[in-house]
Design a protein. Sequence first.
Length: 319
Amino acid sequence: MQRSIIKMSDRSHGITLPRQWLNDHDLSKGDTVGLEILDNCLHVSSPNFKKDADPKTVSFDLRGCNKSAIEDALTAPYRFGYDKIILKFDEKCIDVWDNHKEIETREVIQNKCLQLLGFECLELNKTSAIVRGIMEVTSKEFDLLLQRLFLLTYMSAKDIHTALKDKDQDKVRFIISQFYDMGKYERYCLRFLNKIGKGKNTALYTHLISKLGLARSALLYVVKLKEDTNIKEEYSKQVLDLIKEAADLIKEVHTNYKDFSIKRQSELLAKRQNLMQQMFRFSEGKNRADAIVSQRLLYVMSSVSWIMNMSLAMSLEGN
């Protein structure tokens, strides 16, 4: 990154600071930053950044807990920016979602760590473990993963249309695996927002991630509907087309989020309204498969509506 030197007066010069950096550290006109000369470098530091000398740590005694509680003891601290988790547990635990099957607790911990980007189980014994964050949480990674979340949401919806139309079970399994990858990206983004944040826009971004998560959950339900239920009806062509149109709308909303236009926003609102009217109609129909898919697509439209509102709010901030 380069900046041109600006002459401020006969005795002083200046440079502009990147908007992204100012937003990340909640800085604006009149705030003070630190300056340090390091050989041929000028280091600019934010007074709002505090680097902890010791990792943020939490401990849990999970003896007597089931698989779900053990997974939550890893996921929640990860999301909220903890860097070290100390665990005590029994050798085996119960999976209440799998006929109360008894499983190795160490295996549960290892599998969950695979779903948490940048977290590794550095010490793992029969009844204790220490999990640590080994990857720096950065604004650049957040921005890249947020873009990827948008892309995967659009592509997955489009792939669902093709897989259900062609009754392609291999493609269905691939889509499901993609959704679990998206869950990893969502958790990382929430970790960044809780640990570092996006300044005054942190709350907006947090809601954005949650709405993308809602869309992911709704689409995952759609693709797994026949597998998880006893519904035998076939999907109508009209409802399958609604999935494709929803995917296209997600792509257009993302484009407007990156480069906002109020005129384009108006056109997208009209498209969303038209799609929702069709979804409402099919959600009350006799075909159960069509009805349930349409109901879930309405959740996707709810997420799209919120993202559109956020795009307008962010444009008011000049982002």
